[in-house]
Design a protein. Sequence first.
Length: 166
Amino acid sequence: MEISQIAGLPAHALVVHVAVVLVPLSGLAFVATCWRPDWRRKYGLLIAALAVVGAAGAVLAASTGEPLADSVRQAARASGDVARLGEHPEQGDTARLVAVVFAMVAAGFYAIVRWGDRYRVPPWAVHATYGVGVVVAVLATASIVVAGHSGAALVWRDVGTYVPTH
């Protein structure tokens, strides 16, 4: 089932905010709290959950963006013009991928912290996973910001003229 509208508005414009808010928030929280063992245990599940919900938002944003792009292209053609979407679709795909990878790393980090002793995970694995998590958190945040900025620029500069009014 494809969702293209919510209450008459393009679904993409609404669901994108889940990713735009939660991916950077969970990334920042991961970097800020997970370097302290007591904070890892206290906030790890919350951070992993925020990262997973943010990644789900990125997946939804990408899947609702495709029908919106098609609709914009059709409206532009109907008016005798060509829609210029720029790099936004590709940037959105990248943001989705990196957000999903970050969610997996955050969930894995939580699992190592939570159950690592039980399964004799070596202590270096916590540090290595945290290091990978920091890099991926920064990449996820940056890719969401880049995709979000280009999407906002499209709405406010280039595409707004072609949004169909059914």
